[in-house]
Design a protein around this ligand. Sequence first.
Ligand code: HEM
Ligand code: NAG
Ligand code: NAG
Length: 355
Amino acid sequence: MTMTVSKRPLMIRACVLVVAVLGSGVFGVAADGWRGGRDDENNNDGFNFFPSLGSQVDFYKNACPAARGVIRLTVLSAIIRDRGLPAALLRLQFHDCFVRGCDASILLDSNQTHLAEKDGVGNALSVRGYEVIDAAKRAVERVCPNVVSCADIIALAARDAIVSIGGPSWKVVSGRRDGLISNAVETPSNLPPPFADYSFLVNIFSKKGLTQREMVILSGAHTIGITHCGLIQSRLYNSTGPNGVDPTLDSAYAAQLKLQCPFGAAMNEIPLDPFNKGDRFDSTYYTNVLNNKGIFTSDATLLTSPVGAAIVRAEAAGRREPFFTDFAAAMEKLINIETLQAPQGQIRQFCRFTN
Ligand code: HEM
Ligand SMILES: *[C@@H]1O[C@H](CO)[C@@H](O)[C@H](O)[C@H]1NC(C)=O
Ligand SMILES: *[C@@H]1O[C@H](CO)[C@@H](O)[C@H](O)[C@H]1NC(C)=O
């Protein structure tokens, strides 16, 4: 009761702010301006489609012209309450697409006899943002039921979220369908672990049709968001350098990380890129890697390859470019991995359950 009463004014303020934001064209980032939805330019009703769908293009477009706006509004109002959400949604997108393609399989809940992807290694206690997707789905279902897939909502939400913090925009072609299957046992072989080395990363990305270069570019996502200390404990306490520190990790940075991550404090959260005040989306990830301040082995390892190191240096050269252009192009590939097209899959009514 008290909760409801005290929360309502906040909600109203959030909505007013969102409207102001949409009107003014700036969200939280000075000077960058609103760059969202550039892909809508040729398609100003806001829902575009796989060209190959031919005559179905108009049917879908007429079926839910409001979808993009409704999703964007939901996502922006959630980000006002939680500034960490853009990172969460970007990672949710990546992990959805790497297991059974971008089919929203990551959203399906486990039940008493079956463990779903979200409870698999790499996702459990780690991937967040599910509630925002649920909220966007509820909002979209109110304006046009059974039209917009959960897989499309993930793609639109992740893009809009990154744009809202001043990151690049990329084109989201709609029309993905939702998958029917989600198995926790499939996550370990499809998601890269933080201790992966260079050839492991090249290989796991190539299985998804992504190049070595795209792997290095997409790793730049680690310019935002957080990690749990447990995932770097072995680099800080049980490696081959002095005091058990990984010799490929800058020793002053390692000392700082040990203060934030005492031995055994596995669930402490620390920023992936602490040299980036306020979770700004920019190329500082690459500067960190160059300075031996990449947080995971999978980040540090980019320097071990001459090809990888050259890409890291090129991306570190400017704060926004070439990173923004390169990242957007790689995201356009990532979000179209193994998508389901009608009549495959379905449009889920609730993102956590198949119909
Ligand atoms: C190259 C292989 C990659 C590895 C080994 C890797 C591994 C990880 C790990 C271990 C975390 C911390 C999770 C936690 O502590 O709960 C993390 C966080 C994150 N990753 Fe990656 N990642 C990789 C690539 C990517 C890609 C391609 C993207 C997106 C395009 C991405 C986006 C993120 C984001 C945004 C976070 C922060 C999540 C949050 O704040 O909730 N990562 N990653
Ligand atoms: C649990 O999920 C699996 C896989 O989706 C399904 O086959 C099974 O019928 C579900 N069991 C229950 C008790 O709902
Ligand atoms: C440290 O690493 C060694 C060998 O890699 C392993 O046997 C040991 O269990 C590790 N200790 C901890 C505390 O992780």
